[in-house]
Design a protein. Structure first.
Lengths: 898, 234
């Protein structure tokens, strides 16, 4: 009974540890679980850790409660201890677990006592279990201890049993997902004895009172703890057998309200759905009344939602007038089978006339099971509701006063007119009733309507009832008139207020939907990462009126986020501080939101949501929450929605990048294979020449000198041709190294030209080239070697196609933002049918044998590839006076030339 | 050319190329040592003290650059790098590490011989000419008078700015040798300059002053991607 996870585990642990070394993904958590302090959890934990340490595992003590018993502390001696972090909170020295030191030290196994502990202010995480999650994420195994009363879903049960509430709780999933849970048991009698012997301090530190440890309580706690431990085992077994089938059968829906008792419903649902292995949803319906909620009530709702999220529920907020109708609609469309509602026992007069919520639900949903959780605690927040409402609706405004008086005065004037015309007095009353209605309609709040009713009665009595100009009314029916007026005013005002709040609620929701739709629409048409970021930032600032920042890469890698300042923020640099970046880094690593308003790193100025797609963090969206205006639940879920939209857009963008890369790759591949085919053909000719000539020389000794020289000359010529070919090919590989682009550096045009010309001169002695460059220095961004190759190819082409000794002109000039290079000759010009595809080279068959294209076919097409890679343009044309002009144009400022 | 034969070490792993180089050099009155391996090249240099090394960068055992580095630790023997075209970075690196010159494959016989002559002549000058440098230097029609600080072309004086004069003096000091862009920039403007284009602009101005056609320079030629060289024979 002492251990639930059988003892054999211990001996297996070593081998398990070695196994886990291979795939160091997440660390493993072992919880030493007990039902009361003093059961010996810490002792068992340290004992176990000591065993691990002895078998050579790197064990470190992260944190142990300093109030631990001396026998237990004795076990500590052998183990290395991580010094705790000391903080000063209001001049009180607090010692806390040093998470960063632990992450830096990175032991194999770390011991951190008291899973339920709440960290002091100034520590990154609010709760210790968050620290432990980080440790596990970093691949460190953790041993920790916890008592049963700290488990969230059991919290209220234990409170009912022991009448003591425990504030520090851990979410159930930590317990459920732990790799091992060791139940440390001791007989309640034995425990009581330990107390009496004073082996235990009376636990003022944990805030528990002595009464907690009555024998009866202990027995109950022990039972709950054991049951929890067995539940875990059985649920583990079940989970192993049936995989995900569970979700189809049962679905729980919890309806919550600002009542504190909703927490009870949530906990009940958490426990039950765990038992049923069913998914569950928490639904909150915003009604027009919810606009009038006090700060406290809003806070309560928020804490309910947080609680539900912690316990693993999906939280949904819907809007509507009739809560029951909304709930039934949602239930129908999301396949809910069980609804959980809370109910208070107090009855009001209203409930005699109005159908109760549960009755409405039952009549709307006939096949749904409804669970009613009685609200035994209290029902206090409902009483003072009206006081608050009145306050809210009684505010004064000069405008409304003015309206009231203007309308009353005009009504009075009209009435005078009517009386002068001699029409019956009853119409005067009608006028006043009408004006009260109008006033209620056009002013906000009840005040003006009531005021108008009073005034109307007074004015009417004073001016139109005999005796005139006194407040004495003889006829007994005037009080009735007064009451009718008052009722008319009140009903109208109430109606108007209701409509108005509903309208503003609807408008708010409308705005949100619209913005989301707009973001989605915008992101759908946006291309390019920068544009996506810009669009997202713009909408976030517009929507929340807060500064927004978007990171696509962990700032630790040195990349800055892209920030957009809201209009209200004068200086948004605080969002880019080192502290904020640390939060962003945390979000990138832990894939969870953090910062202001969350439980992690809450002292940050921003609220950070990870942009997650398929488990990868594509980026982090930060929203400023400075000046204390924290983010409410609605905004948070909205920002999560935006984050998922951005995630989709980013993913699409990455996919399109990938696609483009593949396309370019394919194009390159095509070009290469074309080239290869053309070349292998072209190479054969000169190689055959060289081979033939050289073997002729080697095999015929008695060759006459003239033939011998001729053959050698042929070899040299063929070899030179081959070299030029190879140089051209080399250029192509230089382009292909990148993605159809080249590395550009500014080069002086004249230097490149000079080099090319001198090469041509050495190759063709006696050729006449006339070179002209502009007087000013022309610096052009380019790959010098490649452009030189282009000029060489063009000049060579010109030399080959003209008679010897004709002059070839090479002209460089600056035209606007471009540099123009021109090679012109006075030869035969280009044949018309070739003009269109003269640069297509090897890719196009010209209907001639490829031997005839030997020399320049590949050369010109390579020229074209090079110029295109430079974002330039190349043209060929015939001069009117005869001869051909080849012209290429390079942009001077890296702009693409169209 | 001296009567006692110069010794050239050819470090080249392609037997075809090393055969043809040695044929040319032998017929032009040089003694030849050959090796295919970098480590051997270092030990031969140490034991035989050749007058010049022709070093191919792509060697089977160690990189040619490493050979250059280890030789430069203890010797100033002229080294000419033989490298393939399109590897400007490699050339610049070799020049910065103390190589005297480079030839690009494929190269002609006359080009190779000219480079070897220049390199050896330089070394001689350095060896015997630790006395003050010549006061006047003449290349074709270009004359630089270091004492009067006057540059003339075809007997006509050319007015150069101080920076231009500094550049032309630097090139003429190492006449026939390639100076890398980086080296010139650092010599003229100091080590912490970021004037990337200043050298090109000044060079363009110099050419407009001393050359007939700046697009066909006679005196200072560009080695694209590497640097500038002042020719020593026209």
């Amino acid at each position: 009974m002492k251990e639930y996870n059988s003892k054999t585990n211990n001996s297996n642990e070593l081998s398990e540890h070695t196994n886990s070394d291979d795939k160091k993904e997440a660390g493993r958590l072992k919880i030493f679980f007990g039902y009361a302090a003093g059961a010996g959890k810490t002792y068992a934990m340290l004992d176990d850790a000591g065993e691990q340490f002895k078998s050579g595992i790197d064990v470190v003590i992260g944190f142990i409660d300093p109030h631990t018993r001396p026998e237990t502390l004795k076990l500590l001696n052998k183990l290395p201890i991580l010094p705790p972090k000391t903080l000063f909170n209001n001049d009180i020295k607090v010692k806390e677990f040093d998470l960063d030191a632990a992450l830096k030290r990175k032991p194999h196994l770390i011991i951190v006592d008291q899973l339920d502990h709440s960290n002091a202010e100034g520590v990154r995480n609010k709760k210790r279990y968050q620290d432990i999650e980080e440790l596990l994420n970093a691949g460190i195994d953790v041993y920790t201890t916890v008592d049963v009363q700290h488990i969230e879903s059991l919290n209220d049960i234990i409170r009912e049993i022991t009448k003591i509430s425990v504030k520090e709780t851990i979410p159930d999933y930590i317990f459920e997902n732990a790799d091992k849970v060791k139940f440390v048991d001791v007989e309640p009698d034995e425990l009581m004895k330990r107390f009496e012997e004073g082996k235990l301090l009376r636990k003022d530190e944990t805030g528990l009172e002595y009464s907690f440890f009555s024998k009866n309580n202990l027995r109950l706690l022990r039972e709950i703890a054991m049951r929890k431990a067995t539940d875990r085992i059985s649920s583990f077994n079940q989970r192993k057998n049936k995989t995900l089938q569970k979700s189809i059968n049962t679905r729980f829906l919890v309806c919550i309200s600002p009542s504190p008792s909703s927490a009870k419903c949530i906990r009940w649902a958490a426990r039950t759905s765990e038992a049923f292995h069913a998914p569950w949803t928490v639904l909150y319906v915003e009604t027009p009344e919810s606009m009038k909620f006090s700060e406290d009530q809003i806070k309560t709702i928020r804490s309910h939602m947080d609680l539900a999220e912690r316990l693993g529920a999906k939280v949904v907020t819907l809007g509507g007038n009739d809560v029951a109708a909304v709930v039934s609609e949602y239930t129908k469309y999301s396949g809910i089978t069980n609804i959980v509602i809370g109910k208070s026992r107090q009855k009001s007069i209203k409930s005699l006339f109005v159908k109760s919520f549960e009755d409405k639900l039952i009549s709307l949903l006939k096949n749904i099971e409804i669970h009613i959780i009685p609200d035994s605690d209290n029902a206090k927040p409902y009483k003072n509701k009206h006081a608050i409402n009145l306050n809210k609706n009684l505010f004064l405004s000069f405008n409304d006063f003015a309206k009231t008086f203007v309308i009353l005065i005009s009504a009075t004037l009209f009435s005078f007119g009517i009386r002068a015309a001699g029409v019956g007095e009853q119409n005067v009353i009608m006028f006043y009733i009408l004006s009260v209605l109008i006033i209620s309609r056009i002013t906000s709040g009840y005040l003006y309507g009531i005021l108008a009713s009073f005034l109307s009665v007074f004015i009417f009595t004073f001016l139109f009832v005999e005796p005139y100009y006194t407040f004495t009314a003889f006829q007994p029916d005037y009080p009735i008139t007064f009451i009718i007026m008052l009722f008319a005013a009140l009903t109208t005002s109430a109606l108007i207020i209701r409509i108005k709040t509903k309208a503003s609620l609807a408008a708010e929701r409308e705005r949100r939907t619209e913005v989301l739709y707009e973001i989605n629409k915008k992101l759908l048409v946006t291309r390019g990462l920068d544009n996506i970021i810009e669009a997202a930032n713009e909408y976030v600032t517009k929507l929340f009126d807060r500064t927004s920042i978007l990171y696509l890469e962990d700032p630790v890698n040195g990349k800055e986020g892209i920030i957009k300042k809201s209009r209200e923020d004068k200086d948004a640099s605080y969002m880019m501080s080192k502290k904020e970046k640390a939060v962003v880094h945390w979000v990138f690593v832990n894939k969870k939101r953090a910062g202001n308003g969350t439980d992690t790193l809450m002292e940050a100025s921003g609220f950070y949501t990870p942009i997650i797609s398929q488990g990868n963090v594509l980026g982090v969206l930060g929203i400023s929450c400075d000046k204390g205006n924290f983010f409410n639940h609605n905004n948070r879920s909205l920002s999560t929605m935006i984050a998922s939209l951005v995630a989709m857009a980013l993913e699409r963008q990455y996919l399109s990048y990938e696609q483009r890369r593949i396309l370019i790759e394919a194009e390159k591949e095509k070009m290469r294979s074309n080239l290869l085919r053309a070349i292998s053909h072209d190479l054969r000719t000169p190689l055959t020449g060289i081979l033939g000539a050289s073997s002729a020389i080697l095999e015929n000794e008695g060759m006459d000198i003239e033939t011998h020289d001729k053959l050698i000359g042929g070899i040299k010529e063929d070899a030179q041709w081959l070299i030029r070919m190879v140089e051209n090919l080399l250029s192509v590989t230089r382009i292909s190294e990148g993605s159809m682009s080249v590395v550009k550096t500014p080069e002086a045009a004249e230097e490149i030209v000079a080099e090319a010309v001198s090469r041509i001169r050495t190759r063709f002695e006696g050729c006449r080239i006339n070179v002209k460059v502009p007087d000013e220095l022309l610096l052009i961004p380019m790959d010098g070697t490649l452009i030189e190759q282009v000029i060489i190819n063009l000049l060579e082409n010109a030399v080959k196609h003209t008679a010897p000794n004709t002059v070839i002109d090479l002209n460089v000039k600056k035209v606007g933002d471009t540099a123009v290079f021109e090679v012109s000759d006075n030869g035969l010009g280009i044949q018309k049918q070739d003009l269109t595809h003269i640069f297509e080279g090897f890719a196009v068959s010209k209907g001639k044998s490829s031997d005839s294209s030997r020399g320049m076919g590949i050369g010109l097409s390579i020229c074209k590839s090079i110029i295109i890679a430079h974002n330039g343009k190349i043209q060929a044309e015939n001069k009117k006076e005869g001869g051909a002009v080849f012209r290429f144009i390079l942009p001077l400022k890296g702009v693409k030339y169209e | 050319m001296n009567s006692d034969k110069r010794m050239v070490l050819i470090v080249e792993d392609e037997s075809g190329i090393s055969n043809f180089i040695s044929a040319i050099l032998t017929s032009n009155g040089y003694n030849i040592l050959k090796t295919e391996r970098g480590r051997e090249a270092v030990s031969i240099t140490a034991s035989q003290c050749p007058d010049l090394i022709l070093l191919d960068l792509g060697l089977p055992d160690i990189d040619g650059i490493e050979v250059l580095k280890s030789i430069r630790q203890w010797s100033d023997i002229p080294v000419i790098i033989v490298s393939a075209r399109g590897h400007e970075r490699e050339k610049v690196e070799a020049l910065d590490l103390g190589a005297d010159d480079y030839v690009t494959k494929p190269f002609g016989t006359s080009e190779l011989l000219a480079r070897i002559r220049t390199a050896i002549r330089h070394r001689q000058k350095d060896d015997f000419g630790s006395q003050p440098k010549a006061e006047i230097i003449n290349v074709g029609g270009l004359t630089i008078d270091y004492v009067k600080r006057i540059v003339t072309v075809e007997k006509k004086e050319v007015h150069l700015t101080p920076v231009e004069y500094k550049i032309i003096c630097l090139l003429s000091k190492y006449i026939g040798k390639v100076m890398t862009l980086d080296f010139i920039t650092k010599e003229v403007w100091g080590p912490y300059t970021n004037e990337d284009n200043a050298l090109r602009v000044n060079m363009a101005n110099i050419r407009r002053k001393i050359e007939v056609n700046p697009a066909e320079p006679k005196y200072i030629i560009t080695e694209v991607g590497v640097g500038y060289r002042m020719v020593d024979e026209i």
